[in-house]
Design a protein. Structure first.
Length: 340
């Protein structure tokens, strides 16, 4: 009896310590994910926390692109696993993502559900190969949208306690991704123009200062286009401000389609736009500006039943050796007024 009591005491103390460690890890999950302010930080922290909490052979997350956030896949695995297992694991999570959309899965052996934002969270168990005989996956829901899949696996079966911890990771990850989405939305509102979706002047000046420093360091060319829509007041007077706003939106789309994704377009104010051409010499920028001017002139905007011809005036300036950001903008602005 004394031996049994001693064994029970030791087992109880071990269980208490295990629970304390689990609670500590859960607190670390919440604290860590709440501090992560970009997607890469969330993914790295999440994968490492799961890896350190549950004994695993492989763990990973696969995210689809949503709300201006890119698609991502990341995983961590034990050395010595079969070649190609990372790709096999990613493909399996992609299949589980599709299955979660269809609410069916050929891989699902065991499933149970919980509620998160009125959507069922379905955990699925199965086998990946002889080395990963126990696999557990769960879809991630953010703002009632399926955004990704969280998965982990190993050779031996998962215990109920480990499944419970994995479930906590799912809830915490969904919350972290939701917070990240809100953060990105707030950040976007702070740096973008609400009408056109282009960057605003505040962001433009910050980006311009960084690009000027980078060009100084690496000796890269940098050019700026300053664009102004001609006779915009007359257009507003004739067709109304609603049509005027639509013209600015359509012109913004045309500008975005005309330049590279690495270039920066900003609504500078009213009907004025600036385009920062990265690693572009002034001569090439002038050629681009003329081609842009002709394209706009030859492409009347169709708004409802109206077909409105437009022209623009564009000034071009190139960064010189001792020129500061303000001088670059001033030179392009002056060139635009000469063009008018």
């Amino acid at each position: 009896n004394q031996a049994m009591v001693a064994e029970l005491t030791i087992a109880r103390e071990a269980l208490t310590q295990q629970r304390l460690q689990e609670l500590k890890r859960i607190r670390q999950i919440g604290e860590g994910l709440s501090k992560a302010l970009n997607l890469d930080q969330v993914i790295e922290l999440l994968v490492n926390l799961i890896w350190e909490t549950i004994p695993l052979s492989i763990v990973g997350i696969k995210l689809m692109g949503w709300d201006n956030l890119p698609a991502k896949f990341a995983c961590r695995l034990q050395p010595g696993l079969a070649a190609g297992i990372k790709r096999q694991f990613e493909n399996r999570m992609q299949q589980e993502l599709l299955a979660s959309r269809m609410e069916t899965s050929p891989f699902r052996e065991v499933s149970w559900t919980n509620k998160l934002e009125e959507h069922p969270i379905v955990f699925s168990s199965g086998s990946l190969n002889e080395q990963i005989d126990s696999l557990i996956c769960a879809p991630l829901w953010v703002n009632q949208s399926l955004v990704g899949m969280l998965g982990s696996g190993r050779e031996s079966p998962f215990t109920p306690e480990e499944i419970e911890i994995f479930q906590i990771f799912v809830f915490q990850t969904a919350t972290a991704l939701k917070n990240l989405t809100l953060f990105e939305q707030v950040k976007s509102l702070a740096i973008r123009d609400s009408l056109t979706g282009l960057f605003n002047p505040r962001y433009f000046w910050e980006a311009l200062a960084k690009e000027v420093k980078r060009c100084r360091r690496y000796g890269c060319p940098l050019s700026l286009l300053f664009l102004d829509l001609d006779n915009f007041k007359a257009i507003n007077d004739q067709y109304g401000h609603t049509v005027g706003d639509k013209i600015l939106q359509e012109l913004s789309k045309l500008l975005k389609s005309f330049v590279r994704c690495t270039d920066l377009i900003c609504r500078y104010g009213g009907e004025e736009f600036v385009i920062l051409l990265i690693q572009t010499p002034k001569r090439k920028a002038a050629f681009l500006a003329e081609r842009l001017r002709q394209t706009i002139m030859q492409t009347p905007l169709k708004i409802k039943d109206l077909e409105i011809p437009l022209t623009v005036s564009i000034g071009v300036a190139g960064l010189t050796e001792k020129m500061d950001p303000e001088e670059l903008v001033q030179n392009a602005d002056s060139a635009m007024y000469r063009a008018k």
